[in-house]
Design a protein around this ligand. Structure first.
Ligand code: GCO
Ligand code: CA
Length: 262
């Protein structure tokens, strides 16, 4: 076995919403392995900063404005990316949102918005990217799932519903597309130190202590902790790996936890 199994030189990777946090860390991992980075966002401003940061890392990087929930925008953007940058070899469905509201207080429109971005978005982008991958004879699709693909938690019903759905969408894509040499898999991050978890990670917040205690590795994940999984599932090393969710969670899903006085 050679380390070249993980080389991504000459590959083009689209990381949706890859302008900060976990998406940016995964994109940097792929860039370090040799890939050209393409990211999108709804607004131009955040893209400019992200592209500057990628370029400062020495990567070839490109930004496109489009909304993953709008199929006409996605279709046009993918045509543009593939003619201006190159065929998309790797798609990371990373763009996502969360709303933390108890079910009885949650507006239907908010519930639908989370499902739209976190579940329908990956469907739309994958559908449109996979058509080209099928014609070209292969590709890699990584859906960013969550602990909430497996576990419930107070206030995150829409997010958990979407991420549970994304796990099953991953298996459905693997079922339909593995024969086209497209490997579709998921990454399920545990609890990571990002802006998304900032409100529940503050020192002294009971949730902060709860997570550290609930995680066998006894810490929050750092975004860089996802890079190995992202490179693996983007590379030749995973060419017969289909429909898995690779949980990178410091062991959370391995254990029921322990009483608070131990
Ligand atoms: C929460 C968190 C989670 C994480 C993550 C866990 O409120 O419980 O925000 O949902 O973001 O996805 O894997
Ligand atoms: Ca290429």
């Amino acid at each position: 076995m050679s380390i070249n199994l993980f080389d991504l030189t000459g590959k083009t990777a689209l990381i949706t919403g890859g302008i900060h946090g976990l998406g940016m860390a995964m994109a940097k991992g792929l860039g370090n392995a040799g890939a050209t980075i393409v990211v999108n966002n709804n607004s131009e401003e955040a893209l400019i900063d992200a592209i500057a940061e990628y370029k400062a890392c020495g990567f070839k990087a490109f930004g496109y404005v489009f909304d993953v929930t709008k199929e006409n925008e996605v279709f046009d953007a993918i045509q543009k990316i593939e003619s201006e940058v190159g065929p998309i070899d790797i798609l990371v469905n990373n763009a996502g949102i969360i709303k933390r509201t108890p079910i009885v207080d949650m507006e239907v429109s908010d519930f639908k918005m989370v499902i739209d971005v976190d579940l329908v978005g990956p469907f739309i982008v994958s559908k449109n990217v996979a058509k080209g991958m099928i014609q070209r004879g292969g590709g890699k699709i990584i859906n960013i799932c969550s602990m909430m693909s497996e576990l419930g938690r107070d206030t995150v019903s829409a997010y958990a519903s979407a991420k549970g759905g994304l796990k099953m969408l991953t298996r459905s894509m693997a079922t339909e597309w593995a024969k086209f040499n497209i490997q579709t898999n998921g990454i399920g991050p545990g609890y990571f130190a990002t802006s998304q978890t900032a409100p529940i990670r503050v020192d002294g917040h009971p949730f902060n202590e709860f997570i550290i205690k609930r995680t066998p590795a006894a810490r929050w994940g750092e975004p860089e902790d996802l890079q190995g999984a992202a490179i693996f599932l983007s590379s030749k090393a995973s060419d017969f790996v289909n429909g898995h969710i690779l949980y990178v969670d410091g062991g959370i899903l391995a254990t029921i936890g322990k009483p608070s006085n131990e």
